[in-house]
Design a protein around this ligand. Structure first.
Ligand code: ACO
Length: 431
């Protein structure tokens, strides 16, 4: 066996073959098993793709054991401290931090794309008055492909770039409209005097009758939420975007698929689930009862906002946002309410309890982002929408990278078929 290969032997018949080991710039090496079936007649079984690399990517690196998250090599802690969402988006999309000129050009460009076609606004009237905004997001973002087909040639790099800019820029407008329409509030046009986050807050909470003054504390907390959620390599929603795109589908449809995937409570829906859980607990004295339920093997109840599929030591994003969360509650002077007290007490107990310590179940980023959004009076059903807006930078970057990757193929997982073997059709009268 040469140094950079592994040999796989089928012990049933002694057949063996060598497979290359591919080395990443950092992280675990990977066995290239593309020829496994032609060499040995075997496939691999990996539900949830937990041991399978689906692509090569230069964008985001995670070391779940060490609690490391890098965007294009830059530690998340540094970006959270120094950058803003649009600069981080530029970094994710283009691979480098922008120069001053590139930065200013990018900001102006995104500002030019923030409005939606007037026809898109009619869509919002068609939804049921109490539709979940994520349902609206899935529909409206997918429908953008019906309005912006002037640049839908996915084989043209310039078209791809324009679509990516449109998605990034229009997402806050669509998100805010999905909330405003449900409450009978006027849809506000974006305002170029505001930065990206301020503009979203204005379209969410502003009124045409009065001047809107953004709250810097809220803007700071939202900036962090946006940067921390901007990308997370091949998670469920990003893999969904890549899988949908692998067939050549247009980017608006693919991002809409990503939004649908993000909606689930085990992914982007977790921060909303955190507040539902805290509202159910309501009284800090009730927490031990819920903790016991979470520990009970015969009870499927789980503490929302605890645990992570990848971060088994701690979630670096949770560490950053925890500080911001504490600061925010102090700044807004909203301690001593049952919900926030329950949150603090739950965090304390879980960080001391052997069950959680042994399983490395730390509060994750959703635990704190849920509390922050609640403290900012963000409607509960907008929490996952905010995650979707932030993750759009990652989705479009991963999509752009994939479209340039000559090794990509249409996504087509295999299966272990466990159904009936071949049998003959029996006439209905004889069954
Ligand atoms: N509360 C109580 N027990 C838990 C929790 C929890 N939140 N999470 C995991 N466990 C326990 C499991 O019961 C299991 O116990 P066992 O070893 O005695 O059987 C052990 O911890 C390992 O759990 P797994 O399900 O194998 O861990 P996995 O990595 O597959 O799951 C997940 C990760 C889905 C995030 C899980 O921790 C969970 O459901 N958390 C709550 C939902 C949540 O917060 N999701 C947000 C994820 S972050 C994001 O999307 C940005």
């Amino acid at each position: 066996m040469s140094k950079n290969t592994v040999t796989i032997t089928d012990n049933r018949n002694g057949n063996k073959a060598d497979f290359d080991i591919l080395d990443p710039s950092i992280g675990s090496s990977t066995i290239d098993i593309r020829s496994l079936h032609s060499e040995l007649g075997l496939f691999t079984y990996d539900p949830g793709f937990q041991a399978t690399a689906s692509c090569k990517s230069d964008i985001t690196f995670i070391d779940g054991d060490k609690g490391i998250l890098l965007y294009r090599g830059y530690p998340i802690e540094q970006l959270a401290e120094h950058s803003n969402y649009l600069e981080t988006s530029y970094l994710l999309m283009y691979g480098e931090l922008p120069t001053q000129t590139e930065y200013q050009d990018f900001i102006s460009l995104i500002k030019k794309h923030t409005m939606v076609h007037e026809g898109v606004k009619q869509f919002f009237d068609g939804f049921h008055h109490d539709a979940h905004p994520m349902a609206i997001m899935v529909g409206v973002v997918g429908a953008l492909s019906a309005f912006y087909h002037d640049s839908l040639d996915i084989e043209d790099p310039r078209h791809r770039e324009i679509s990516a800019h449109r998605l990034l820029a229009k997402m806050p407008t669509i998100a805010a409209y999905s909330h405003r329409r449900a409450h009978g509030l006027p849809l506000l046009y974006p305002k170029n005097e505001f930065n990206f986050i301020e503009n979203f807050m204005y379209m969410m909470f502003g009124m045409p009758t009065e001047e809107y003054v953004p709250n810097p504390i809220a803007v700071h907390a939202m900036r962090l939420i946006f940067i921390l959620h901007a990308d997370h390599e091949q998670n469920a929603s990003t893999s969904t975007v890549r899988l949908a795109s692998s067939s050549g589908a247009n980017p608006f449809a693919c991002i809409s698929a990503g939004i649908a995937s993000l909606w689930g409570p085990a992914h982007g829906g977790a921060n909303e689930a955190v507040i539902n859980m805290l509202e159910e607990i309501n009284d800090p004295k009730e927490i031990p009862k819920y903790v016991e339920r979470a520990k009970d093997k015969n009870d499927s109840y789980r503490l929302m906002g605890f645990g992570h599929r990848i971060y088994k030591n701690y979630d670096p994003r949770a560490k950053i946002i925890r500080e911001a969360c504490i600061e925010l509650l102090d700044d807004l002077n909203i301690n001593n309410t049952p919900l926030f007290d329950a949150a603090r007490e739950l965090e304390r107990i879980a960080l001391e309890d052997d069950y959680f310590l042994e399983r490395n179940l730390y509060p994750n980023v959703d635990f704190y982002s849920g509390i922050i959004l609640k403290a900012l009076n963000m409607p509960l059903n907008m929490f996952t929408v905010i995650f979707a807006m932030a993750r759009t930078a990652g989705w479009i970057s991963q999509w752009m990278e994939m479209m340039e990757d000559t090794e990509q193929r249409i996504g087509r997982p295999r299966q272990i078929y466990t159904g009936a073997t071949t049998r003959d059709y029996v006439n209905r009268s004889q069954r």
